[in-house]
Ligand binder design. Structure first.
Ligand SMILES: Cc1ncc(COP(=O)(O)O)c(C=O)c1O
Length: 405
């Protein structure tokens, strides 16, 4: 067996199952889950139709690089969304079966195993980064996010000898679970570090289309373009972005996303994927073209999230310290003022009010003397507004109950 498998932690939802084991949720309440970050808005009819209309494709093996139509749809979307100069469809974009498998397999491609390589991860973080690092034969190095700087990872705290061993850096903007978006200055700093220490940046942008302010979140390729890093001979050098239709278009089951950026790196990644056998089904490719080509359904989806956040956030703010995120569908709330730890908060809320939330400490690791998820909970506002409001009312009631002598 691969010895690195032993290093994998149980997934946060498994930890949650264990936390809830032995307590029966209050049967007076119907269960509501704000636990899993799974989109729940309906899949647009035209995407379903495009899947059905293209079932003839099942009779052929697809190529790993994807159809020209899909690569063109992805590149055109990137150009429109981020104001980028024309991208080379053949070398700068690649379809993937959702960003999760891509984040994982990308690490297997770019890390030389068992050479003492470090993979830098934000903390808290999307759990795949850590597993991808271990199975690539590297070690994760966690950089705690700083709530005082809109949860940006504190890269200034990283020692020189650590930077020298970093081969890959995962960054998530908009972040899961914080919803925070990196600024142009953050990117400038990261690009300079990547050049100085020669590591690859894997920028996870799967929440880019669910935002709450007037301006869409800045993307990594957009930042590189604005900073003039696309003019030289090697555009987007050492930068690869990961995006997905799952949240943007409410198709988490379709498994469709893309990677884009540094052509040299993507060439090697395509080679890896060819052997790994991860081509996208032709019907999924066709439906993905339809989805990337349309913005109307994305605007409607965003409007639904905005209405939901506007209704629910003020209620939660009555009892917990929480701010509107820049983007994403999560509230990342501090429960310190309730006097309960994040795990105890989640356990009792589930037992007494049948509402599931995720303890923040399950989404982070102990690093540099603290766990930055401790005393926080993540609430995924994915269900219908009515259900979310009902959950919020129960949370308010629960917190008021706690304050009673
Ligand atoms: C931060 C982050 N990245 C990537 C993914 C993977 O999404 P998908 O594989 O559906 O594209 C998720 C899913 O929840 C996520 O939260």
């Amino acid at each position: 067996m691969n010895p690195h498998l032993d290093k994998l932690q149980s997934y946060p939802f498994e930890k949650l199952r264990q936390l809830f084991a032995g307590s029966t949720p209050n049967p007076a309440f119907k269960p509501i889950s704000l636990g899993m970050g799974e989109p729940k808005h309906p899949t647009p009819a035209f995407i379903r139709q495009a899947l059905v209309d293209n079932l003839d494709g099942l009779a052929c093996y697809p190529v790993t690089a994807g159809s020209e139509a899909l690569r063109n749809a992805i590149a055109s979307w990137l150009e429109r969304r981020y104001g980028l100069p024309p991208l080379d469809r053949a070398t700068q974009v690649l379809p993937v079966n959702g960003s999760r498998e891509a984040l994982f397999s990308f690490a297997q491609t770019v890390i030389a195993p068992d050479t003492g390589a470090l993979v830098m991860c934000p903390n808290p973080f999307y759990q795949i980064y850590e597993g991808a690092a271990f199975l690539a034969g590297a070690e994760p190095y966690f950089v705690n996010s700083d709530p005082a700087r809109n949860f940006a990872p504190d890269y200034d705290s990283v020692p020189e000898e650590v930077w020298q061993r970093v081969r890959l850096l995962f960054i998530c903007s908009p972040g899961n679970p914080t919803g925070a978006v990196l600024t142009l200055t953050d990117w400038e700093n990261l690009f300079a570090l990547s050049e100085r220490y020669n590591f690859i940046i894997a920028a996870d942008e799967c929440y880019s289309e669910i935002y709450h302010g007037a301006e869409p979140p800045l993307g990594a390729m957009q930042a590189a373009h604005i900073l003039g890093l696309t003019r030289a001979g090697e555009p987007y050098a050492r930068l690869v972005v990961f995006s997905s239709l799952s949240k943007r278009s409410n198709v988490p089951g379709m498994r469709s996303g893309f990677v884009a950026g540094d052509a040299q790196v993507l060439k090697q990644y395509l080679l890896y994927r060819t052997y790994h056998g991860s081509a996208m089904g032709p019907h999924v490719q066709a439906a993905s073209v339809a989805a990337w080509d349309d913005e109307t359904h994305v605007e409607e989806n965003r409007a639904q999230y905005r209405a939901k956040f506007a209704a629910i956030t003020p209620l939660i703010q009555e009892v917990l310290d929480v701010q509107m995120p820049d983007a994403s569908f999560y509230l990342w709330a501090d429960v310190s003022r309730t006097g309960l730890s994040d795990t105890e908060f989640a356990r009792r809320l589930h037992a007494e009010y049948n509402v599931t939330v995720l303890p923040g400490s399950y989404l982070a690791r102990d690093a540099h003397g603290s766990n930055p998820g401790r005393n926080r909970i993540r609430m995924a506002l994915v269900a219908e507004t009515g259900e979310g409001l009902e959950a919020a009312r129960r949370i308010v009631q629960f917190c008021h109950q706690l304050n009673k002598p």
